[in-house]
Design a protein around this ligand. Structure first.
Ligand code: F6P
Length: 342
């Protein structure tokens, strides 16, 4: 069997670990051949490939990014895109695909499977917003990077009696903010799932100063004020999946807090640092196991499935279960963190 592998969407620590596991087990246990598709769905669409075998996956386990490249190409937005993919797969003799990606990449995989393409999905995203799996790989690394940043920011906040606002990624899900905020001892965590009241936020800031400490606020890039309006948009442009680029809320919030409380407030935007560099041990473990189980699914002909972590078990679930709806922060879990606010 000849198997194509692709990585789509934002790069994420652990992508290379999946590729390595898929190839190592596929060659050793099943005698499969592999083709690497370049830059997400752009690869099968344009027929751009790279060699993929044991030599290509040597030494890549700890490397961030993806050796296959990535893009946010949506073949359903390209005239004749699906037919082109089918033709390219047939011309290259590719019998099945392993698609490693988030909501968008696996959303395409779901639709392609319905149209007769043999595809197995592996869920990745630092945002942890894919349903059906307890965690996606990449999330743990992002949380650890954000936590370390918060740890380091405490010293400046205390020394200068400043408010520090840490803006983290996560799109419309507050998982990174909540987990990093809890782990880093933040005094306020603002997530998209719970619109915030700026006056209540300022009251928590004042309260923190009253106890002679300086506040650290963690804000998710997609957080929104209760009164509505947009505090986040940096660009009105949409990508091929209809997402606008988020960002900017940290600065807006810091200046609003400074104006309302009179305390100096600064913002730190962690940006792509959160998804850069080497994966944590947990993400290497999860990504590797997802890869091993994904190639088993290909071998079993169990197409249209996605790997999912359930406790410590890797399950196979229909792709649509992971991509149909976003996994958002449970209000009860957020409420647990509120005891540390202020
Ligand atoms: O989905 C991962 C993610 O890092 C989001 O948290 C963020 O909103 C988005 O990708 C940024 O994408 P890009 O790097 O394409 O601007």
């Amino acid at each position: 069997m000849r198997v194509g592998v692709l990585t789509g969407g934002g790069d994420c620590p652990g992508l290379n670990a999946v590729i390595r596991a898929v190839v190592r087990k596929g060659v050793k246990e099943y005698g499969f051949e592999f083709v690497g598709f370049r830059d997400g769905w752009k690869g099968p669409l344009e027929g751009t490939t790279s060699e993929l075998g044991i030599p290509q996956v040597r030494g890549i386990l700890p490397r961030g990014g993806t050796i296959l490249g990535s893009s946010r190409t949506n073949p359903f937005k390209v005239e004749g895109g699906v037919e082109q993919i089918k033709k390219n797969l047939a011309d290259l003799g590719v019998d099945a695909l392993v698609a490693i990606g988030g909501e968008d990449t696996l959303g395409v995989a779901t639709k392609l499977h319905d149209l007769g393409v043999n595809v197995v999905g592996v869920p990745k995203t630092i945002d942890n917003d894919l349903n059906a799996t307890d965690f996606t790989f990449g999330f743990d690394t992002a949380v650890n990077i954000a936590m370390e940043a918060i740890d380091r920011l405490h010293t400046t906040a205390e020394s200068h009696h400043r408010v520090l606002v840490v803006e983290v990624m996560g799109r419309h899900a507050g998982w990174i903010a909540l987990h990093a905020g809890l782990a880093g001892g933040a005094n306020v965590v603002l997530i998209p799932e719970k619109p915030f009241d700026i006056e209540a936020v300022c009251a928590l800031v004042e309260q923190r100063f009253e106890s002679h400490y300086a506040p650290i606020l963690v804000v998710s890039e997609g957080a929104v004020p209760v009164e509505g309006g947009d505090m986040t948009l940096v660009s009105g442009e949409q990508d091929a999946f209809g997402h606008v680029r988020l960002g900017g809320i940290g600065d807006r919030l810091a200046s609003e807090i400074e104006q309302r409380t009179g305390k100096e407030a600064r913002a730190v935007v962690l940006g792509h640092v959160q998804r850069g560099g080497t994966p944590t041990a947990f993400d290497r473990w999860l990504a590797t196991r997802f890869g091993l189980h994904a190639i088993d699914a290909v071998h079993d002909g169990d197409f249209g499935t996605m790997m999912a972590l359930r406790g410590t078990h890797i399950a196979r679930v229909p792709l649509i279960e992971g991509t149909g709806e976003l996994k958002l922060v449970d209000p009860e879990e957020y409420a647990e963190a509120e005891v540390f606010f202020g």
